[in-house]
Design a protein around this ligand. Structure first.
Ligand code: 0PR
Length: 349
């Protein structure tokens, strides 16, 4: 049976979005190229180098090392893996805020490191005192999140960098979702302002690239060296990525999206998304719902479970936070008209 792909017209909680038309086209052209084998597929390998350059420009990293990963999960796992491989301790641990994405649990499990979850403060950001309490001589990595999955919060990255340095640990920033909006916000810090070692920044979320296109960035080549294995069957001699054969569509799509949108297109996406988030936050608040105000284009609101279920049955794609709030992620496909129609449906309940 033929099935159409998901229409984005009622998708409100996803962190995926409609790819940019140039990105779609580029993805289709490079569908069979394998960036995992750069000597056989040099064109897509060159696109990947350029994509990493642009990600470096976005994040203040003059000489970026990294690659286009399958997504934030892989980038986070690789950050943990590099830190573990470089750590002195026989029993390394990772300290992350409890708001960190569940991919860190997968990483800890696969890599056999202990994951220590620090509390978050009243504004749902990493609690510095608790991070410092948990970090010790066996801490290989401290994690900060710049755009949390549930509430769009940005952890105090420079202060976390100090905490990491005091523990002699590396600092990883998970900007998988937030990375493409942060440069335009008051939260703008980058590799230049804080000694961040690695970062996840996904073109397939706010970057309008087709799936799969994640971003893994490292300040030093030594990080990638810590991930590299020898590759006897390939002409190239080593590989630092987690997966072997990779999607040329993801790499070419990410490259094309960034070429079309960085920086002005992304600035417009951010400004529109943030204005929409503030609009929907006000609309929900004025109807008496309790709202977590959006610092990035993501709103969480306490809406009763039965109402969420009814909205879902009307085709709205809305998913809750762990504590049950409804999330509206103002991705590029989310328009004011969509939000008006959503609020009208809520009013009609
Ligand atoms: N880091 C952060 C901050 C994230 O929000 C996510 C995904 C990841 C890492 C992992 O990224 P990948 O899923 O690319 O490996 N956050 C969303 C989530 O888990 C992913 C998502 C996207 C879920 C689209 C649903 C959906 O329709 O909620």
């Amino acid at each position: 049976m033929q099935r159409a792909p998901q229409d984005f017209g009622r998708v409100l909680s996803s962190m995926c979005t409609e790819p940019h038309p140039d990105a779609r086209e580029a993805a289709a052209r490079y569908l069979a190229d394998n960036p995992g084998d750069p000597t056989t597929y040099p064109a897509v390998a060159e696109l990947e180098r350029e994509a990493v350059e642009t990600l470096g420009e976005m994040t203040g990293l003059a000489d970026p090392h990294g690659y286009v990963a399958s997504g934030g999960t892989e980038a986070n796992l690789q950050a943990v893996r590099a830190a573990r491989n470089l750590a002195d301790s026989p029993d390394p641990n990772v300290v992350a805020p409890e708001s960190a994405h569940f991919s860190f649990q997968k990483a800890a499990d696969v890599l056999d490191v202990e994951l220590r979850l620090a509390a978050t403060d009243d504004d749902r950001r990493a609690d510095l005192a608790d991070v410092r309490r948990l970090a010790d001589e066996d801490t290989a990595l401290v994690v900060g999140v710049a755009g949390t999955t549930e509430y769009g919060r940005v952890d105090p990255i420079p202060a976390l960098a100090d905490a990491a340095a005091d523990a002699d640990a590396l600092l990883h920033v998970d900007a998988a979702w937030g990375g493409f909006v942060l440069p335009f916000t008051d939260w703008a810090w980058n590799f230049e302002d804080a000694p961040v070692d690695t970062m996840a920044i996904d073109p397939h979320k706010m970057g309008r690239a087709p799936v799969p296109a994640g971003g893994f960035l490292a300040r030093d080549e030594a990080i990638l060296d810590a991930l590299a294995v020898d590759t006897p069957y390939l002409e190239s001699t080593s590989q630092a990525t987690l997966t072997g054969t990779r999607s040329g569509a993801g790499v070419a799509g990410a490259h094309a999206a960034m070429e079309a949108l960085w920086p002005e297109g992304y600035r417009e996406n951010y400004e529109r998304g943030q204005a929409n988030a503030e609009w929907v936050a006000d609309a929900l608040e004025s109807r008496g719902y309790s709202v977590v105000d959006p610092v990035l284009p993501l709103v969480a609101a306490e809406i009763p479970r039965e109402e969420i279920e009814t909205l879902r049955s009307e085709g709205w794609r809305v998913s809750p936070t762990a504590s049950g709030e409804l999330r509206v992620v103002c991705m590029p496909h989310v328009t004011r008209e969509m939000l008006e129609s959503f609020v009208a449906d809520l009013d009609a309940l």
